[in-house]
Design a protein around this ligand. Structure first.
Ligand code: ZN
Length: 347
């Protein structure tokens, strides 16, 4: 499994980045793949080669925008004991705090502020678990509600999301009225950064909970939820949005690293059925009542228990393996799914 870590490099590389930009433009124009052709530009040939390889074959791209300095494995020295990475061709030293059990560094991509370090780590084989916890991401006010039917415990995570979303929506609205469209974009970016780190913490908590209880994790099938959207309830901040998908990806790769199975269930009636007897119950906002057995519960807790107890669809455990492969593409792409901001306790 490939993971990408982001480390601030605190070095002025603007000159090298300018040279890289020139090389990229040259490659795009001429289709050349020989570093001899760009020797006059003055970029180190190891980096120039990487850029030539990338841009010379790109027929769709019209204009080169942001170029990164891409360093292949052979240009990187690692000192694991002192957690230092050295890139001689840039005279650049990096200290890292992320997990030290990686097998090798595949490559490092560097922009103005950050180095994106892509490493290969061993993944554990899927473990045998005692039951599942259910994650409800379509709740009445949280990013996720997690239920463990074995212990009866419920975790409600990410309550602030609704507040954050409303706050930034208001700010954007006001800026739009004043015609400050540049700022609108900036504010949107700030909100997604906050949600991203929230999703990191929530997925960490969910995977740790599964780890501590030796359970797997069950999620509702995203595509199915979209079909059922009209029958669903209340506040649906994350529904149909990137953050919903982002949380799912984060849960999946963090679980995968620990060998915790992730499974999908059909989302139909997870909020309407009683988790004790299966009877169709009555929902009154956040309250769930079952006329069959008299069970009363918070609606989100009931739904999360239903998800945990529901049969897995056609044995669908951990689909789309590609999602774990990580990205060796540009940092922009990597940031969509697999780039991990270094957390204080590593992964
Ligand atoms: Zn019941």
């Amino acid at each position: 499994m490939i993971l990408t870590f982001k480390v601030k490099h605190n070095t002025d590389l603007s000159h090298e980045l300018q040279l890289a930009h020139k090389v990229a433009n040259f490659a795009l124009k001429t289709g050349s793949r020989s570093s001899k052709d760009v020797k006059h530009i003055g970029l180190k040939s190891m980096i120039a080669n990487q850029i030539l390889r990338k841009y010379s074959k790109d027929t769709k791209l019209k204009k080169v925008r942001k170029v990164v300095l891409s360093i292949p494995n052979q240009g990187i020295h690692v000192d694991k004991q002192n957690q230092k990475i050295n890139i001689p061709c840039l005279k650049l030293g990096l200290n890292y705090q992320f997990r030290n059990d990686f097998k090798k560094i595949n490559q490092i991509e560097i922009n103005k502020d950050y180095a994106f370090i892509s490493v290969t780590v061993d993944e554990l084989s899927t473990r045998k678990v005692d039951g599942y916890i259910g994650v409800d991401r379509n709740t009445t006010g949280h990013i996720a509600v997690v239920g463990n039917p074995t212990t009866g415990k419920v975790l409600k995570l990410g309550k602030s999301a609704e507040h954050i979303h409303k706050k930034y929506k208001n700010i954007r609205k006001n800026l739009q009225k004043k015609g400050k469209y540049g700022l609108v974009k900036k504010i949107k970016h700030r909100e997604s950064n906050i949600i991203r780190s929230l999703n990191h913490r929530i997925s960490r908590k969910i995977v740790d909970t599964a780890d501590e209880n030796n359970t797997g994790i069950k999620l509702e099938d995203l595509k199915q939820i979209r079909r059922h959207v009209k029958s669903r309830r209340g506040f649906r901040y994350s529904l149909n949005s990137w953050s919903y998908y982002q949380l799912e990806q984060m849960i999946k790769y963090k679980a995968k690293l620990l060998g915790i199975p992730v499974a999908y269930v059909d989302p139909a009636y997870t909020s309407q059925n009683c988790s004790r007897c299966g009877h169709l119950g009555n929902r009154n906002e956040k309250k769930f009542e079952c006329p069959g057995c008299g069970h009363v519960d918070h609606a989100d807790s009931n739904a999360s228990f239903n998800i945990a107890l529901r049969q897995v669809k056609d044995g669908r455990l951990c689909v789309d393996r590609d999602a774990y492969k990580g990205s060796t593409d540009t940092p922009q792409t990597a940031m969509m799914g697999t780039t991990l901001t270094v957390e204080p306790h590593g992964l």
